[in-house]
Each structure stands twice: as C-alpha cells, then as structure tokens.
Design a protein around this ligand. Sequence first.
Ligand SMILES: Cc1cc2nc3c(=O)[nH]c(=O)nc-3n(C[C@H](O)[C@H](O)[C@H](O)COP(=O)(O)OP(=O)(O)OC[C@H]3O[C@@H](n4cnc5c(N)ncnc54)[C@H](O)[C@@H]3O)c2cc1C
Length: 402
Amino acid sequence: MSTSAPHAIAIIGSGATGYTAAKVLRAEGFTGSITMIGSEQAAPYRRPTVSKELLTGTKSIEQVQLGSAIDGVDVRSGVTAVGVADSTVLLDAGDPVPYDALLLATGSRARQLDLPCHVFTLRGVADVEPLHADILRTGSLLVIGGGLIGCEAAAAARSLGAEVTVLEAAAAPLNRIAPAAISQMYVDLHADNGIAFHSDVAVTDFTEQRDGTTLVTAADGRSWSAGTVLVSVGSVPNVELGADMGLEIGSGVLVDAGMRTSTPNVYAAGDVAEVPNRILGGTYRSEHWNGALDQAARAARSMMGVEPGDLDVPWGWSTQHGVNLQFAGWTGPDDEYVIARGSIADRRFTACALRDGRLVGAIGVGYPKDIRQVRAAIATGSPVQRDQLTEAWLDGPQAVVR
Ligand SMILES: Cc1cc2nc3c(=O)[nH]c(=O)nc-3n(C[C@H](O)[C@H](O)[C@H](O)COP(=O)(O)OP(=O)(O)OC[C@H]3O[C@@H](n4cnc5c(N)ncnc54)[C@H](O)[C@@H]3O)c2cc1C
C-alpha cells in the first residue's frame, strides 16, 4: 500500500460495485475503516437475477446474495446518503461518516414516466415481489420497452403463465446493441414462446379502465390493454450526489481509468461512472455486471495507490427463454456485421461488428469463447480485416483477456 493510502474509506452504494470494492480493498490488505452505505434493505445481491430467476420465483433472495459479510466493514443498510460536505457523508439516518477517500457506487435507477395510472418498474429486489404478485393476480402483462430488461421480464412473466405483449418505440427490440437481423431473431424467439411484439409504437396515453385493466394507446391509434403494466424504458444514473459535490458530470460521473473523479480522493465506478474508451476514443457507461466488478476492483486498487492499468473491453449478457446472448465492445445497430460462425437462423452464431473498417465488438449466442477472442482482439488495437473474421480466426491463438 502506498504511504498516501487513506485510513477511512466511505462507499456510497452497496450493489455489485460497492460490495466488490470493499472486498478487494480487504483482499489487497487495506486495514483502515470501510463504511458501506446502501439505500436498499437487502444485503448485496446479483441484480441480473431481478428480471430472471427472482421474477420467475425460481430462486430466492438468499440464493442470489453476492457473498458473505466482509471482514470489518461497517454496512449501513436501508440508509441513504443525502449529501457530502467537508469530507463527511451525511445520511438520512444515523451518524455521518467521515472519510479520507470516497467511492460513489450509486448505480442507476429505472427511468420513470409521469403517468395518471399505476405501472411497475423493475430495478431492484424490492420491485420483484409486487410485480410477481400482480402478474399472477391479473394473468396479463404489457411491457413498455423492448430493451434487455423489458425482454427478460416478458420472458419471465410468460414462464409464469401470463399473456404477455411487448411494445417498442423503435423499429425493433434490443436495437441499441443489435442489428435488425438479430432483433428479428428475438421477435421470433418471443413469438415462439407466445409473446407478441409490436414495434414503432409511440405510446401517447395510459387509461385505467373500469375492470381494473390499463389501456395503452399509441399515436397511430393502435391500443392494447392488460392487467399489469411494466414500464422498462431505460435507466438514469444516480449522479446527483456527485453533481452536488461539483464533480464533472457527463452522462455519468466522469472518471479516468483509475476511477478517479475530477476531485482528489473521490472515485466513482459501476453504472454511475462514465469511463474513457481507450480504443475508440470518447467515453461510455458500461451498465453491465462485469463492468461493475472490473471498475470496482480498479477503484479499490487506485485508492491504495496501485495504478490499475487499462480498462477491460466491456461485455454483458442476457438470458431470455433459456437463450443466452453475449455481447462485447460497443456494438450498435448501424455497424457492419460479419457472421463469423454459425447462423442467426439457427440461433447459434457469432457476429462481429465493424465500424469504419475496424472491429468494435461482437454479439452472439452459444459461443462465449468467441466473445472472449473478439474482446482480446479489440484490446490489442490491431487492425482486423473483414475477410479475416472467420471460424479459423476465432479459433486462433487467444490473446489474454480477463
Ligand atoms: C433488472 C436488471 C437485470 C440486469 N441483467 C443483467 C445481465 O443479465 N447481464 C449484465 O451484464 N448486466 C445486467 N444488469 C446490469 C447490472 O446488474 C448492473 O450493471 C450492475 O448491477 C451495476 O452495479 P452498481 O453497483 O454499479 O449499481 P447498482 O446495482 O445500481 O447498485 C447501486 C446501489 O446504490 C444504492 N444507492 C444509490 N444512491 C444511494 C445513496 N444516495 N445512498 C445510499 N445508497 C445509494 C442503490 O440503492 C443500489 O443499491 C441488469 C440490471 C438490472 C436492473
């Protein structure tokens, strides 16, 4: 540990990022005090299960906890940090927490719509039970938003026996990360499982009807009704504390590769952080599980004066109807895609994404090793030609990638 290492570390947020940072700090020999403040009552858990195993009821919260208590960490659960002043975190309950290094691990929240009727959103474990119970009670679910979480929740509700419809504002679901052909594969996958998808839906109105169902109307006159409505229209990073502290904010709290913010001794990591993209330039927010773990570990090492090196090429996954999609890098709908292995029709493939003639990512089903290979290739920064993107290339010598 460097001589300038802090003695008292405060972590705001007890999700994957907060928990992992505390764990890595202890694992790396930090012996000072660690206080972790978390608004949620639940002990740190695997948030990806919220729209999957927890919503289907196939796992309990105990089964998805992140790990055991960390030695000597003062965990304040169900407590919200309401301000930071004079190197002290102010709380809505209990004693303020002085620090000499602070990690903002406040994550994101579900984007809310201001509506005249009751709808659900899905972000944390507290959202699961009310939504699960309502789906079982009404037997029908309308999902507004065909992104990853909306699609996963639709699949989960279908497995509970509900009638499920998904409305998407764009031309196709998952269109932030996938090209049209893969989006269509998902429309077909959901249709095979009894879920109706409607695209290009600009919702204009929500009306609660006499029978207790909600009528959702689109600008073009189409309408749908269901007993339960889930609004899944993206997330908003919890940057407010950082903004009040005067930190530089973009789409998240701006940090360098060591998770350092614009203020000394203040770090940010996970969903709330906006990190540099050393490969493509610019910045991005990861918003995926592995990014949170990687960034948390780097923040911990930085706090201890250890330079953590280059950021990982990000990757994430989504499971719907038992199909596990993986994606890496910075894929988008307008990239040029090369199917380097398998076929989309078989729902088993690796598609590599090229932008301006360079490899920027991959998306696929069934070949996780390929996704690692592409991440490694992107990390080296070496040019890869379109014609090279074949099975032989994917099976070639692997660069080391975490
Ligand atoms: C439903 C769902 C499914 C997902 N599925 C996948 C998946 O399949 N694959 C994948 O790669 N990623 C998935 N993700 C994304 C992944 O879970 C997140 O990227 C990851 O959890 C981010 O961790 P985090 O700790 O940075 O933020 P969060 O998990 O959001 O945790 C932040 C914590 O900080 C707390 N907090 C916020 N403000 C304060 C405050 N002022 N005081 C105290 N506490 C505060 C919040 O209550 C929360 O507990 C999913 C996300 C969701 C919501």
